[in-house]
Design a protein around this ligand. Structure first.
Ligand code: GLN
Length: 477
């Protein structure tokens, strides 16, 4: 086994006991990147010649354990372009709070950023200005999105671990498609300061890792109150590794009946049912529950998310950030910059969101969507009075073919049918590997809990992981 294939906690132990050096790890990572990255394209603007080789091992220590960062999280002096032409060559003059925290924990920010759908708009990473990332398990399929670069990098061992962002499933769905662990923390748990905003009331940064323990460690590092984010919550951050007890006996788990209807691939359904049986065998008490407003999640999300996106994207006008189109006067400059700088999906969302917020339609669409959002949240509040957590599929299908859904935005939007509700309700949710399809594609199991109950997610996920081998399979490239 190469060093870059180990988990972060294994590497941290070996570094601490001086069994290995960071430069040995960096050269293993460099060799892996030279081999895999031309096929996977998990990173943007990757310069393979800038990576350490085995011979450069004698060089001075390079720093701590590397971590890969999605292209929408601001990194001081390092390109942060949201995989959009409109942010071409943008180098932030500051670090996002999560980056400051990673650095304080002794980690090294990997200098190349992970690919993503432009502004995190998408479920396949095909909306990137830099072209698609490929799924390491099958290069003809998508890695999921929008954090597809982060997930594919971890799955192909081109990264030890990574950060992504999740507005409607963008950490969990790619984690599911790539066979890795992905967590969307509770809204307010992790500071959004320095995360380039998509939909401010839904966005959260979270980890993509090779196992649950790494997810717990990384969540702990990035969590906590931040005065720079007015929606961050001032609550103590528990020691998440303490929650990995391996015991889920008598835990009450609800299975939402609305998540097991038409649209769910029968093969995925049976893999999820097997995983649920496993949880029963481990002592959990499983019962069917109902989340009656589930059908409204996708339409409500696409009104709220596009409304917020249209407002957040107004700042990209060629004046302060990134790309500016040459023009004769100011108005032409705005128009040409936005016309040339945004991709098709970004334009679609700006138009949709602007419409939903416009005079005369605001009440009919945006305000109504906010009310239904409350009903969706109340479904969960009701269930969590009697149940500890909810278990369901992460996505209705495994990874689909590149190009298969690009012509049909509605079909693409339905990939997130099981992940969106957690964002609308502000809940924490995790996706963990729970099996493979006959074609060898990974399948993810999603677990959701009450706000600020990440500990329970880690406990259930870790217990399941301890009794299964899925997370140990590696993609063969
Ligand atoms: N796929 C969803 C969308 O396109 C979610 C994206 C995300 O979570 N950033 O909006």
């Amino acid at each position: 086994m190469e060093l870059n294939q180990l988990t972060a906690h294994e590497l941290l132990d070996k570094l601490k006991s001086k069994q290995i050096t960071v430069s040995a790890l960096e050269s293993a990572l460099g060799a892996c990147l030279r081999k895999n990255e031309p096929q996977v394209k998990a990173y943007v603007r990757m310069d393979l010649n800038a990576l350490p080789t085995a011979n450069s091992q004698s060089q001075a220590e390079i720093g701590g354990l590397p971590i890969t960062i999605k292209d929408n999280i601001c990194t001081l002096g390092l390109l942060t372009e949201c995989c959009s032409k409109i942010l071409e060559n943008f180098r932030p003059p500051y670090d996002a709070t999560v980056i400051t925290k990673l650095k304080a924990a002794g980690l090294r920010i990997f200098p190349f950023k992970a690919n993503m759908d432009e502004f995190a708009f998408g479920s396949s990473t095909e909306n990137s200005f830099f072209g698609p990332t490929r799924n390491p398990w099958n290069l003809d399929t998508v890695p999921g999105g929008s954090s597809g670069g982060s997930a594919a990098a971890v799955a192909s061992d081109e990264a030890i671990w990574a950060l992504g962002s999740d507005t409607g499933g963008s950490i969990r769905q790619p984690a599911s498609f790539c066979g890795v662990v992905g967590l969307k923390p509770t809204y307010g748990r992790v500071s959004r300061y320095g995360l380039i905003a998509f939909a401010s009331s839904l966005d959260q940064i979270g980890p993509l890792t090779k196992d649950v323990k790494d997810a717990a460690i990384l969540t702990q590092i990035i969590s906590g109150y931040d005065a720079k984010d007015s929606t961050s919550i001032n609550l103590a951050v528990p020691d998440y590794t303490q929650s990995l007890t391996g015991d889920i006996r008598n835990l009450k788990i609800g299975i939402p009946k609305e998540y097991f209807v038409a649209g769910l691939d029968p093969e995925i359904k049976s893999i999820i049912e097997e995983a649920i049986n496993k949880l029963t065998n481990l002592g959990a008490k499983i019962q069917n529950i109902s989340l009656p407003h589930t059908d409204y999640a996708v339409p409500v999300y696409y009104i709220i998310a596009t409304a917020e996106a249209s407002s957040n994207l107004a700042r990209f006008d060629g004046v302060q950030f990134g790309f500016r189109a040459p023009a004769d006067n100011l108005l032409q400059m705005y128009k040409k910059t936005r016309a040339e700088g945004f991709g098709a999906e970004a334009k679609r969302r700006i138009i949709l969101g602007t419409f939903a917020l416009s005079h005369g339609y605001y009440d009919a669409y945006y305000l109504r969507a906010l009310k239904v959002r409350t009903l969706i949240k109340q479904d969960f509040d009701r269930v969590f009075k009697d149940y500890d957590c909810i278990v369901c599929p992460t996505s209705p299908t495994a990874a689909f073919k590149i190009g298969e859904r690009t012509a049909d935005p509605l079909k693409m939007y339905l990939s997130d049918i099981y992940t969106i509700s957690a964002n609308l309700a502000g809940l924490p949710a995790i996706s963990i590997p729970c099996g493979f399809t006959k074609k060898g594609l990974p399948v993810g199991l999603q677990i959701m809990a009450k706000p600020f109950n990440e500990e329970l997610l880690f406990r259930v996920a870790h217990t399941f992981e301890q009794h299964t081998e899925w997370h140990k399979r590696r993609a063969q490239l």
